[in-house]
Design a protein. Sequence first.
Length: 121
Amino acid sequence: MESYFQSYGVLLGLLVAGVGLVAVAFVAARVIAPHRPSPSKLTTYECGMDPVGEGWSQTQIRYYIYAFLFVIFDVESVFLFPWATAFVRLGMQAVVEMVVFVVILAVGLLYAYRKKVLQWA
């Protein structure tokens, strides 16, 4: 029973050490780093050009949807390539599961196409 609680002691010690390391890093950065704000340092940086208008603007949701669709199909490729290398050893159940996986993603792509999300203009 004593070794059981000792393992939790090790975990607690590592947690305290990790939090302490992060706290020391933040305090050291606050103490060491120079802090001399000026109006030119506080302006918004826009690719080397003088900022025009307000710094706050809305971004179209379309860009986030494209990114989300990319992530979905990127994850699909991450699952398909290892599956394809071990295809022979996996058997018929793995084939059926992968077909279900691809069909679910295809339904998502069809839904995005029907909602005209994939049209840029």
